[in-house]
Design a protein around this ligand. Structure first.
Ligand code: FES
Ligand code: FES
Length: 164
């Protein structure tokens, strides 16, 4: 049996000191040790994108990252991806565009979309589809998800009004 290893990392702005086995994934740690179940486990092999979280500001797949490699990193999950009790601009746009059906893929979609909009607030539909190409959705057919990200972009760049 492997000994647990102590690590310290930041999760949603809070320092966490935890013990992990060498084989424990970041996804398992978030969901099972820290009760952050907003991050979903779909394929558990790096294909579906439902486990996408921010690591030091960049989106990663938590099912492919070993928790022990997260020492000193800043992780932001869907639970931390909005200001206080408010929805983020991206989350609100998903609601307003009717882009959510079962919701399973949505936390990962929101993280990937937020990462795109941190890079550019004027993405084309092609840019949006490319940025979300690693996030699979079994329900929506993607059109409303692309429309939601486009709406969020236009709200952020001021070309349409709406939630801030
Ligand atoms: Fe990580 Fe599918 S659960 S990519
Ligand atoms: Fe159901 Fe995307 S809304 S998988």
């Amino acid at each position: 049996m492997s000994a647990d290893i102590p690590i310290k990392l930041s999760v949603n702005g809070e320092d966490r000191n935890i013990f992990v086995t060498p084989t424990r994934t970041l996804l398992e740690t978030l969901r099972e040790d820290l009760d952050l179940t907003g991050t979903k486990c779909g394929c558990n092999q790096g294909v579906c994108g439902s486990c996408t979280v921010f690591c030091d500001g960049l989106p990663i797949r938590a099912c492919l990252a070993l928790a022990v490699t997260m020492r000193g990193r800043e992780i932001v999950t869907i639970e931390g991806a909005h200001p206080g009790d408010m929805l983020s601009v991206v989350q609100q746009a998903f609601v307003d565009a009717g882009a959510v059906q079962c919701g399973f893929c949505i936390p990962g979609m929101i993280v990937s979309a937020t990462a795109l909009l941190q890079e550019t607030q004027t993405p084309s539909d092609h840019d949006i589809r490319e940025a979300l190409s690693g996030n699979l959705c079994r329900c929506t057919g993607y059109a409303k998800i692309v429309a939601a990200v486009s709406l969020a972009a236009r709200r952020l760049n001021g070309t349409v009004g709406g939630a801030t």
